[in-house]
Write a protein that binds this ligand. Structure first.
Ligand code: NOJ
Length: 555
């Protein structure tokens, strides 16, 4: 694997709407991000991925873009973005934006023009089909519920394809003019000083054509789009072209949102000269998923989590570099999800941090993760903003769940858990905004906030700073960034342990339960590099791990 400038970095995801509001309108903004750059620098992060901040009607919170060349006024202006890029550069930090090009907004001028003249140039920017009788071109179900087909506004005889929401019409990547537009936009941003992109829903750009039905997987007679995607061949041609025409000239850093890639495709995706620099490891995220819906999902256990991580590490080997996460804006809070119910504590939060952060790959921290923000307690579906959660609530109800059961299941998985405003301090609205926040603040902000943790050496925030500093410590950097990952005592219940072997040998071990457990060390411990307890109890090469204790040892 070729070495790259970004391998030893730490990345941080900002969901701009909920990060920091500088002007009191209840919506986070770019000047707010600039104000917090020193906080992020002090934390130790280098790469900042900012979720979409382009003009958008916000049907899917900005993942429905109506202008790829501007900034939504609620977030600021292009000048603000230029300033952010420049302020980040001064601090040796790098800005990534979200590249959302599987679809645009139905309010984008391309779609408006397609509606005005479906047979003209822009009609071919989308997938538009004639309506014959009542038969749809295929039975694919969109990710946010219902058919992927929607009548084309103003043309009752036509319909268009949307794999996500109906306000997110899919762009027709088979059309070279669409691809040219995408490359033009990528280069326009890179020319402005952007360092790269997180690339949204990118596997979806290749459809299996001609349209055909797949076996129905729910009583609605529809079939999840994933079945079609597994069958679609040739996405690599588009991705290779996008790399060469879009990213290559600026050596952009790219992280792909890639699901369901096959083993044999890994070198093409993230090997040397892959389509992307890296891609997220979603193995723990998708674990337990059900085609029936969230209500039927299997909850992940600590042993499942460990197996998912080790499996991903094994399959990637030395092919490339994965990006590791425990949460993002589409997922519940990691500490509420991966730690069994009732066991969330400062110790268990620190243990989870160690376990994922020390995996081989690029660690991403999602805003608020560093202070241990937790899932929200929703008491009614009316408190939910997210379209996907609302859809899943109805799926659960239609499958026979009571209101309480449906609310319980969506509360566990809702994307809104991660979208509540960042908790900066214990003042009103958690110091996020002087106005009314667009989404309710989690009421636990008095206990969980940045200000409270910043000067507390025992806080989760201080622990994250130590973890980041360890990754950058010249003595351990080589081992942590490039050392092999070798599982240890892999089958031991509720224990996650692995070696990182390079210039040095480190053992990372976490007791994923309240009950203590002992593990035999294969070699003498030279030094305890990090510990979420004041002491590491090692006698005769036996390490005694307490309730959710995690240690990083040098052997
Ligand atoms: C993945 C994004 O992370 C998610 O938030 C969005 O809803 C879909 N892609 C569609 O863009």
């Amino acid at each position: 694997m070729e070495r790259k400038w970004w391998h030893d970095k730490v990345a941080y995801q900002i969901y701009p709407k909920s990060f920091f509001d500088s002007n009191g309108d209840g919506i986070g903004d770019i000047p707010g991000i600039i104000q917090k750059l020193d906080y992020l620098k002090d934390l130790g992060v280098d790469i900042l991925w900012i979720s979409p901040c382009y003009p958008s009607p916000f049907a899917d919170q900005g993942y429905d873009i109506s202008d790829y060349y501007d900034i939504h006024p609620a977030f600021g202006t292009l000048k603000d973005m230029d300033r952010l890029i420049e302020e980040a550069r001064k601090r040796e930090m790098y800005i990534l934006l979200d590249l959302v090009v599987n679809h645009c907004s139905d309010e984008h001028e391309w779609f408006q023009k397609a509606c005005a003249d479906p047979n003209g140039k822009y009609g071919n920017f989308f997938y538009i089909e004639n309506r014959k009788d009542d038969k749809l071109p295929c039975n694919w179900r969109s990710y946010f519920g219902g058919s992927v087909w929607e009548p084309l506004p103003g043309h009752p005889d036509k319909q268009y394809l949307h794999l996500f929401h109906k306000k997110q019409p899919d762009l027709n990547w088979e059309n070279p003019e669409v691809r040219e537009e995408v490359y033009k936009n990528i280069n326009w941003w890179l020319d402005r000083g952007l360092r790269g992109f997180r690339i949204d829903a990118i596997i979806n750009i290749k459809k299996k054509l001609p349209y055909k039905d797949y076996p129905a997987d729910r009583p609605d007679g529809l079939s999840c789009v994933d079945h079609m995607l597994a069958d679609a061949q040739g996405v690599g041609e588009f991705l290779g072209e996008m790399r060469d025409r879009g990213f290559a000239s600026h050596e952009a850093f790219t992280v792909g949102e890639v699901f369901n890639e096959k083993d044999e495709e890994l070198p093409d995706f993230i090997g040397d000269n892959g389509y992307f620099s890296t891609m997220f490891d979603f193995a723990p995220v998708v674990f337990g998923g059900s085609s029936k819906g969230w209500y039927d999902r299997k909850r992940i256990t600590p042993d499942d989590y460990k197996r998912c991580c080790f499996h991903s590490q094994k399959r990637i080997g030395d092919i490339g570099f994965l990006s590791n996460i425990i949460e993002n804006h589409d997922e519940p809070r990691g500490v509420s999800y991966y730690i069994p119910d009732g066991e969330t504590s400062l110790h268990s939060k620190k243990m989870l941090a160690v376990m994922y952060f020390m995996l081989k790959g690029l660690p991403f921290i999602y805003q608020g993760q560093e202070i241990g923000m937790e899932n929200m307690k929703f008491s009614s579906i009316d408190q939910i903003d997210d379209i996907s959660t609302i859809d899943e609530y109805h799926v659960a109800r239609n499958a026979g769940c009571t209101k309480e059961e449906a609310l319980k299941c969506i509360s566990l998985y809702s994307r809104d858990n991660a979208r509540t405003p960042m908790q900066w301090d214990s003042s009103e609205n958690a110091g996020f905004s002087s106005g009314k926040p667009w989404l309710n603040v989690n009421p636990n902000y008095n206990n969980i906030n940045v200000k409270k943790q910043w000067n507390d050496p025992d806080s989760l925030l201080s622990f994250y700073k130590e973890l980041i500093a360890l990754r950058k410590n010249p003595l351990y950097r080589e081992t942590i960034v490039y050392g092999d990952l070798i599982p240890y005592l892999e089958d031991r219940h509720n224990l996650m342990a692995y070696f990182r072997k390079g210039e040095r040998t480190l053992l990372v071990a976490g007791n994923f339960q309240k009950k203590s457990q002992d593990i035999q060390l294969p070699q003498k411990c030279q030094k305890v590099l990090l510990n979420n307890y004041p002491n590491a109890d090692i006698t005769d090469r036996v390490l005694h791990l307490k309730d959710y204790q995690a240690v990083i040892l040098e052997l």
